[in-house]
Every structure is written in structure tokens, then in C-alpha cells.
Write a protein of this length. Structure first.
Length: 364
């Protein structure tokens, strides 16, 4: 039988991204765009490219209903559906990777998803994605931050696949204004761990710290997802500053990760508690492999850990260690003027102590 793939999406006023979206998946057998009320040229451009366009109206709007409506328009003879937002693309090689997954009988392939990029094109945040699925046996759930529920009587087979990536090039003009009311709706409908976490996080963005704290404390009462629990504790360290050290420490206990230890190290750095900062930042450096089972946060995987070790070492009078890690930090961000200045300063201190830089660079 012929292997078939459908790419489907929901959108509104995203004319500038339609061509790129289509070109990245040109080898798909079907392209289906469900428009929820565009007033620009999205619909006209999509149709000119040969994309099947369906126009719907949802009141009140919610993402799960929109995606489920879009899925209805996907032909029944496809082997895989890719729920690809218009500001996302599939990296080259995607079809071949899915053919291999299909041959292995995988129902829900997971894959590398790059959520955001730095200005130089390097990944900013990434995690394992989940928006590729079979045509039947699934349904979207939750008004926002929606997920796929498997409801078939047969057991679903899910597995990470190599060679398939989705890259998100976010439409920076898109407003988050609808996020908060949709999350309020979600928690009212179903106050489960997922909804409480996302609402607590969203409230922190609006600096509604008391309500954020309330939601996240409720979340911790019922959640068993250690990576997300750690993230919630880090947010609590911000929204509950009187207990920040306790929350940042608990984040490391919930899930030992580079992100959790660096958040704690930064807490000590801001308070000039140099012994603790140095110890915790060095602990963060032990984590040298990105954990794709949860959001990989770029700030934790750049120069920050090396920089905190260097600065705290200098404050503790260990100039050799400061220079060693300062050079490592600079290697990760060579254009950073502060790091350049720090290295020159460390070098001067080492020189004053009659220690040659060439000897220092090979330490540890």
C-alpha cells in the first residue's frame, strides 16, 4: 500500500507564513488548512498553492475544538497526520523518517522540536514533540496547551525517531491575550495538574504572584511529574520571594538538572553567598547532556554555569579557577564584552600572583 501523510493546521491571519509552511512539507500527500476567521490574504494564498482550505467559526474559541474540527477534514486513507502550525516547519528528511517509523508500527512518533531560536540561528529551547499521530484513535484535549488523547482500545505504540524535526519560528506579532482566559476556562472545567501548572505559570508572567502561588501549590498537591514539579518550584521561587531559597532547593530535589541547580546558584549569586554559589554552580556543570523529556532552557546551556563558577571563585580568592572557568565561559560566548573584561581581570590577578596563564589554562 502507498504510504500517505497529511499535514493539517488551524490558523488566523498568518499570510506571511503560509508559503514557508507549505514548502517545508511539499512532499506531503495532503495539506489541509482550517481557517478560523482570517481577514488578510491567508485563505487566498493557501488556495493558490493548492492547499485545501476550510473556513470555520468557533464561539467561544478554544484550541482543542479547532484542532478536532480540522482533523475531521483529513482524508481517512492517511497513515500519519502532522499537526503543524503555520509558523512551524518540518526539517528536510521528515518524510523518510516517518516512513521508517511507519514500517516499525509506531503510532505516535516523538521527535526533536526546537521551540525557539537565538538570533544566530542556534536552538534556544527544545524538547520532544508529540504532534504526529495516526488518523484514528486520537482526540485533542484542553482549551489551550492542548494534548492528544489516545482513546483506541488497542495499546498505543510511541517511540522517539531520528531524522524528524519540527522548527518553530514564532510569529512575534501573536498576542498572548487569549492565553489567560483560556487557562482560567481550563482550570474551571478540569482543575488537574496540567491546567494548574500552566495557569500558575501564566499568572507569574502577569506578576499576579499571589494567585500564581495559589495555583502552583495546588498543582504540587496532585502532580507526580518530577520535571514539571521542579519547574513549578522554580516559579514559586520567584512568586514567593520570602521562601525563595526553600523553593529553589526543592526544585533540585524534585529533579536534578542543570536548570534547577543553576536557578539555585543564581539565587546565591544575587545574595553574594559565594561559597554556596560556587558549590552549586559546579554541580550544575556535571549535567552535560540535554534532557529532552522536558523543556531544555537555553539560558542554562550557554555560558552561565561557567561564568558563575568563575565569578564565585574570584570572590573566594581562587584566581586560577576563576581564570580557567572564565575562559570556558568566554569560549561559549566570545562576543560577550562582560566576559571579555572578566577574563582580562582574572589574567591580571593571576599575573599578580606570579602564576602564568599558560599553566592555568590546563588546570582541572
Amino acid at each position: 500500500m502507498t504510504f500517505k501523510v497529511a499535514v493539517y493546521t488551524i490558523c488566523k491571519n498568518e499570510e506571511k507564513y503560509v508559503q514557508r509552511w507549505y514548502e517545508s512539507t511539499k512532499d506531503a500527500d495532503y495539506h489541509i488548512l482550517t481557517d478560523t476567521g482570517s481577514t488578510d490574504g491567508t485563505v487566498e494564498l493557501a488556495r493558490s498553492l493548492g492547499i485545501t482550505v476550510n473556513e470555520i467559526s468557533l464561539k467561544p474559541f478554544r484550541f482543542d475544538d479547532a484542532r478536532n474540527a480540522s482533523l475531521i477534514f483529513v482524508p481517512t486513507d492517511v497513515d500519519y497526520c502532522i499537526a503543524l502550525d503555520v509558523d512551524e516547519i518540518c526539517a528536510p528528511g521528515w518524510r523518510e523518517a516517518l516512513e521508517k517509523a511507519h514500517a516499525k508500527g509506531i503510532d505516535r512518533p516523538t521527535y526533536r522540536r526546537i521551540e525557539a531560536f537565538n538570533e544566530d540561528g542556534s536552538p534556544l529551547t527544545e524538547f520532544n514533540g508529540f504532534k504526529v499521530h495516526r488518523r484514528f484513535g486520537i482526540r485533542w484535549h484542553y482549551p489551550i496547551h492542548e494534548v492528544l488523547d489516545w482513546y483506541s482500545t488497542e495499546e498505543e505504540k510511541s517511540e522517539f525517531i531520528e531524522g524528524f524535526e519540527i522548527h518553530h519560528h514564532q510569529n512575534k506579532e501573536t498576542s498572548r491575550a487569549q492565553y489567560l482566559p483560556l487557562l482560567e476556562m481550563a482550570v474551571k472545567e478540569k482543575p488537574d495538574a496540567r491546567n494548574l501548572y500552566y495557569l500558575g505559570r501564566e499568572l507569574s508572567y502577569y506578576k499576579e504572584y499571589e494567585r500564581s502561588k495559589e495555583m502552583l501549590l495546588k498543582y504540587l498537591e496532585i502532580s507526580i511529574f518530577k520535571q514539571e514539579r521542579s519547574s513549578a518550584c522554580r516559579i514559586l521561587g520567584i512568586v514567593d520571594p520570602d521562601n525563595a531559597e526553600e523553593w529553589f532547593t526543592k526544585a533540585t530535589e524534585e529533579w536534578e538538572s542543570r536548570e534547577s541547580f543553576l536557578a539555585l546558584a543564581n539565587y546565591y549569586y544575587l545574595r553574594k553567598e559565594w561559597d554556596e554559589c560556587h558549590l552549586v554552580a559546579k554541580t550544575a556543570l556535571r549535567f552535560d547532556k540535554k534532557p529532552m523529556e522536558f523543556l531544555v532552557e537555553a539560558w542554562a546551556w550557554g555560558h552561565m554555569a561557567e561564568d558563575l563558577v568563575a565569578v564565585s571563585a574570584w570572590q573566594l580568592g581562587d584566581y586560577k579557577t576563576a581564570l580557567h572557568h572564565g575562559l570556558k565561559a568566554l569560549a561559549l560566548a566570545p562576543d560577550n564584552e562582560r566576559l571579555q573584561s572578566n577574563v582580562r581581570f582574572y589574567e591580571s590577578k593571576v599575573s599578580d600572583a606570579n602564576v602564568q596563564s599558560d599553566d592555568v589554562r590546563g588546570t582541572e
